[in-house]
Design a protein around this ligand. Structure first.
Ligand code: G6P
Length: 367
């Protein structure tokens, strides 16, 4: 992808908009020729013998790892340990000899992530980098590396790199699940088919932009916002909050819906929007009951769900955004788009420097 803004006002908006095409490129690198299996070459890792996966990263890449933890544990049935690199490197935890440590980094140069990688190597653990920038230090130093093929990402707030990281982590999880005897070839083919629906579904989600822009105008007047999600949508709530605070400077927090009553509910009033990511999956009813607790206290809810979810729960919300249907496991990838668009348009309404937010750097190469 070229590093030119084209018709877009900001790199961030261009990078959000190009996700359908970028993701299909990423997919084609990880699908077998007949596109019904995952093909990841030369990793030299046997996931059937992997007792634990450790994932370490910073920022948005760390949140991608948080989503992947649900996938690796629920589908591949491999336990996952997670940490931000700045904690991991000094925590210097004991490592499992049959474990694999995965480092996710757009730039491949983040100082803390690199230090964590070096620590794992010093402990004799097999390491893998998942990076965007080719020939980056993390790619070179890891025992194995996978690229996410997002193309140049210029906006400081990561968007397409996040969805591409998720795509690659999902593909890797399928390979791990297969090796760990958790997926039949038919089930693998089914997941591969679902992955291939994502570019089209992303296009449909981008068509919600005008609606999201209107909603963002309201959001731009808030001082604080709360993002909620359950299961693999919880890390997406964290990512929604991170994007919003990074570029619009609105204080935002992401919470697991079930934790609402353990703190943030004390803040709920009519001035703090609560954004809820809740496709109609197995956990939907639980998330909706948390959402109703917010509404019962006069809270203003923006519900991001699908048609079935809206039918059941849109009553009483401030606004409901209806996303296309997607396989439950892949919802965190698709729902990243409205989260990005919401943050982007809120920032544009506020007139902040979207591509170069104050005090932030694209790549943090010093500690
Ligand atoms: C900075 C960037 C974020 C990014 C994080 C990790 O904070 O502003 O967008 O997620 O670094 O960067 P990496 O290159 O390791 O993914």
């Amino acid at each position: 992808q070229s590093a030119d803004k084209g018709a877009h006002k900001h790199y961030m908006s261009k990078e959000i908009a190009e996700q359908p095409s970028v993701i299909s490129g990423t997919l084609s690198h990880y699908l077998s020729q007949n596109r019904n299996a995952i093909d990841v070459a030369n990793l030299n890792i046997d996931f059937a013998k992997t007792t634990r996966i450790t994932m370490v990263a910073c920022g948005t890449a760390y949140l991608a790892c948080n989503v992947a933890k649900y996938w690796f544990e629920q589908i591949a049935r491999i336990p996952v340990e997670l940490d931000v690199a700045s904690e991991f490197r000094y925590r210097a935890p004991p490592m499992d000899a049959n474990g694999v440590a995965i480092f996710v980094s757009q730039s491949g140069e983040t100082a803390d992530t690199l230090a964590a990688l070096r620590y794992c190597k010093s402990q004799g653990v097999k390491t893998m980098g998942i990076v965007n920038v080719e020939e980056s230090t993390i790619e070179r130093e890891a025992d194995a590396a996978l690229q996410i093929y997002a193309g140049a990402e210029i906006g400081v707030a990561s968007t397409k790199a996040f969805t591409c990281q998720l795509m690659v982590l999902f593909a890797l999880m399928i390979k791990a699940a297969r090796e760990n005897q958790q997926l039949t070839p038919a089930q693998e083919a089914e997941l591969c088919r679902a992955m291939q629906t994502l570019p089209g579904l992303m296009n449909q989600s981008l068509a919600l932009e005008t609606e999201i822009k209107t909603t963002a105008l309201e959001l731009s007047k808030a001082d604080d916002a709360l993002f909620l999600g359950r299961g693999a949508m919880f890390p997406l709530a964290l990512e929604g909050a991170l994007k919003l605070k990074e570029i619009s400077y609105i204080h935002a927090e992401g919470y697991a819906s079930g934790e609402l009553k353990h703190g943030p509910i004390a803040l709920v009033d009519e001035t703090m929007p609560v954004i809820v990511f809740a496709p109609k999956d197995d956990l939907f009813d639980k998330t909706v009951s948390n959402m109703q607790e917010v509404m019962a206290r006069g809270g203003k809810v923006l519900l991001i769900t699908d048609a079935a979810g809206a039918q059941e729960a849109e009553n009483g919300t401030w606004k409901t955004i209806i996303m296309p249907d997607v396989l439950d496991a892949l919802a965190p990838i698709l729902y990243a788009l409205p989260a990005q668009l919401l943050a982007y348009h809120t920032a544009v309404h506020k007139g902040t420097d979207v591509d170069q937010p104050r005090n932030l750097a694209k790549s943090v190469t010093v500690e």
